[in-house]
Design a protein around this ligand. Structure first.
Ligand code: ZN
Length: 348
């Protein structure tokens, strides 16, 4: 009980979460209706069923349908703003949020600059109203490799508008990292960080590819790295952060159950882990729930959960000085929450 309160209130950082996959179900229904986009559900309960995935391809199909509901600058402003509200509710102080610009420029016909301005309007209002900070990871969708250079060019042009990194999402199998080598090199030259998805649906070879060809600074998922001892040793020695998303892995059938999930083993092997929610309403989760599952399903202690939160802060692309300041603030908040929720809880 005490630990649940501690988890709810502890300061957090999230590094792997998609804006389109974070739209509140109620908001998605409103957007679909006002934009005349047919959805196979008319209430949140129906959406829950729509979000029952059979495999990764099915997930992508649902994701494409959701993305089509976004049509106007106001839509982008709204979902960015509501994302900030959700962060505040979960005590997420800072997030790096993935967004797929090419999909939306294609779907809406809006210029890239207009979409970015709308996203940043929402972000600034959220910062003012809720005191949260977030920045953008613009990703290439692997399924359309021909879009990659445009995405890099766009992301680089928005470095002064809250874009910090280039991502790589979509279907991992069949679209290997090496196809995107030149784009990631271009991103590096432009001053963008690099955070490709790898080792989620595909195995360790995909993580090796992300490291060797894309110069990945963090691995999106990387959960299947444990299948290759050499890769585990490499990730441990270089302390390359993995952005684990346990519930996402269960919903997409990467592992049959939480007890089969390798998070505890990877942690005990000394890998640099962070915990994330990926597409929270689509997977019926949020970041609080992800931490809670580690406590309930894998015996993570308050000490370990604090470590995971600090890992995410440290692995973020915030300026070093800000990381140091927040690190101190997080430690002070952890200490005060322990006094309030854990020490008391233990003596009851
Ligand atoms: Zn993801």
């Amino acid at each position: 009980m005490g630990l649940s309160k501690f988890i709810r209130e502890m300061p957090k950082v999230e590094l792997h979460v998609h804006l389109e996959g974070s739209i509140r179900p109620e908001t998605l229904l409103i957007l679909a209706e006002r934009n005349g986009v047919p959805l196979p559900a008319s209430d949140p309960k129906g959406l829950e069923e729509f979000y029952h995935f059979t495999d990764f391809d099915h997930f992508i199909h649902v994701y494409v349908t959701i993305s089509r509901c976004l049509r106007t600058a106001d839509d982008f402003r709204l979902i960015a703003y509501e994302f900030g509200a959700e962060m505040a509710r979960q005590r997420i102080r800072y997030a790096e949020v993935t967004f797929s610009p090419y999909t939306h420029v294609t779907n809406t016909g809006l210029p890239f600059a207009e979409i970015v301005a709308a996203l940043n309007d929402g972000r600034c209002c959220a910062r003012a109203d809720f005191g949260v900070e977030f920045q953008w990871v613009f990703d290439i969708v692997r399924n359309d490799p021909s879009s990659q250079h445009t995405v890099v060019r766009w992301a680089a042009s928005a470095l002064d508008q809250g874009v910090v990194a280039l991502g790589l999402g979509g279907t991992e199998r069949g679209y290997p990292p090496e196809w995107f080598t030149e784009s990631f090199a271009e991103a590096r030259r432009a001053g963008l960080h690099r955070v490709p998805h790898a080792g989620e649906v595909a195995g360790p070879e995909s993580v090796w590819g992300a490291i060797r060809y894309l110069d990945a600074e963090r691995i999106g998922h990387g959960v299947r790295s444990g299948e290759d001892p050499e890769l585990v040793a490499y990730l441990r020695d270089h302390q390359i952060p993995l952005e684990l998303c346990p519930t996402s892995n269960l919903c997409l059938g990467v592992y049959p159950s939480l007890s089969d999930h390798p998070v505890r083993r990877l942690w005990d092997q000394g890998l640099y882990l962070t915990i994330n929610s990926d597409d929270p309403p689509m997977f019926g989760t949020d970041l609080v729930e992800e931490y809670q599952k580690l406590a309930d399903g894998h015996g993570f202690t308050a000490d370990e959960l604090e470590r995971l939160s600090l890992n995410a802060l440290q692995a973020s692309f915030l300026p070093e000085e800000q990381k140091r300041d927040w690190h101190r603030e997080f430690l002070a908040e952890f200490a005060s929450l322990r006094t309030r929720h854990l020490n008391q809880g233990e003596t009851e």
